[in-house]
Design a protein around this ligand. Structure first.
Ligand code: CP3
Length: 376
């Protein structure tokens, strides 16, 4: 088996003048110096005066101001309203003092903008009008026109204008996670249909993987060019795959998405859940930083990655509701574990549960900043 330590794959120099040349002159890495923020310094393996923290799903139902502003407005409509998307992106930054904003949008937005019939059903998730199951279905998929991404560019521009030196993280769904929704036609537990399709109809799977890789890359490029200082590729459901299938049917598509934006030089975080066996393959796909879910310790993740890799993670979201003492003790151990990495971005091991008390998140940010602040 090849599931052994590999040598450190690469410690890429990031944010060089040559790479920044590919960003527009108004980009905040140039104008607002987001490149010197604790977040971007850490993502690029440099030291910072404290460990930066942000939370996946920090913008969302845990915030009363989010529930209020979203009232009566369907999810995808709010993503496509630039003022509203910008305001929702900023809410958790104002309230919690996190070190980065995550762009309020959804992994299904690129397919929606391409013209695929898709909606987000509250309490359930993305649901397609018609699942995509045959080569014919896939050949009939519309292409994403670049101009359709204008509401995204506007929302990002409005957001970064107000963020100043706080970086915005852009994101996209990784090709497997997006394709899994498309083939199933909705959420599923074990993603049987896409996993069957890979073997039963590899030609169809290849075509769908390429479509998803292309549209996710376009979505990321639009966010970067409009002002995102880093990006995260979410492969939330990669954990349902074995390593052999991941390497053969998924890694090339994720690699294509990550390669398509490499020239911008912004740090690329690659995250999935249940990915303990897949971490080296996810790094090889072209990530600069690996997001670790809550199931694996950061030191064990680092060992599997071969050492020297910047890590993000991995406070267990369940601990947000376990009382302060248990959460603080767990956070201390995550911070201690994070020392195995050249630099550590603190995050949860998956998204903020909607039932989370937001005051706990604010206190947690303050705690992480205090515990990691270096004497100046
Ligand atoms: O702070 C943030 O992270 C906001 C941006 C964001 C959303 N979705 C907003 C959202 C991001 C980065 C996502 C990505 C996303 N969407 C993923 C990958 C991350 C992960 O959680 O694994 C996935 C798998 C989706 C698909 C999706 N969209 C699901 C499963 C759901 C939940 C459905 C539900 O009602 O429980 C959504 C809807 C969604 N996306 C919400 C938010 C805030 C909830 C919508 C609401 O408020 O009604």
């Amino acid at each position: 088996m090849s599931q052994t330590n590999t040598a450190p794959l690469r410690q890429r120099a990031l944010l060089t003048d040559e790479q920044l040349a590919h960003l527009p002159t108004h980009h905040p890495l140039k104008t607002a110096q987001t490149g010197e923020s604790a977040m971007i310094r850490t993502l690029t393996g440099r030291s910072a005066d404290h460990s930066p923290v942000w939370f996946m799903r920090q913008a969302g139902r845990s915030l009363p101001e989010y529930r209020q502003i979203r009232e009566g407005i369907p999810m995808l409509d709010s993503c496509l309203n630039p003022e509203l998307a910008a305001e929702i992106t900023l809410q958790p930054v104002r309230r919690h003092g996190v070190d980065a904003a995550i762009f309020f949008s959804d992994i299904v937005i690129p397919m929606k903008l391409a013209g695929v019939g898709v909606d987000i059903v509250p309490g359930r998730g993305p649901v397609l009008d018609a699942p995509v199951r045959t080569l014919e279905d896939i050949k009939n998929l519309p292409e994403l026109e670049d101009s359709a991404l204008d509401p995204i560019r506007q929302a990002v521009a409005l957001t970064v204008e107000q963020l100043g030196s706080t970086p915005l993280i852009g994101f996209a769904g990784a090709p497997f996670t997006v394709a899994a929704y498309m083939v199933e036609g909705g959420p599923s537990r074990d993603h049987l249909r896409p996993r069957t399709m890979m073997h039963a109809n590899p030609e169809a799977w290849e075509a769908l993987g390429q479509w998803a890789a292309r549209t996710s890359a376009q979505f990321l490029a639009a966010q970067i060019e409009a002002g995102a200082s880093a990006v995260q590729l979410f492969d939330s459901w990669a954990g349902s795959l074995g390593q052999a299938d991941y390497r053969r049917f998924v890694q090339p598509h994720s690699a294509a998405t990550l390669a398509a934006i490499e020239h911008y030089g912004v740090p690329r975080i690659h995250f999935g859940t249940g990915t303990a066996e897949l971490l080296p393959a996810m790094l090889e796909a072209g990530a600069d930083v690996i997001g670790v879910d809550y199931r694996l310790s950061l030191s064990e993740a680092q060992r599997r990655l071969g050492g020297g890799i910047v890590l993000q993670g991995n406070i267990d979201p369940a601990l947000l509701a376990s009382g302060w003492d248990a959460l603080a003790a767990h956070t201390d151990s995550v911070l201690e574990e994070g020392r195995c990495a050249p630099a550590h971005v603190v995050n949860l091991g998956h998204g903020v549960p909607p039932t989370t008390d937001p005051t706990v998140l604010t206190r947690l940010v303050e705690y992480i900043h205090t515990q990691t602040r270096k004497a100046s």
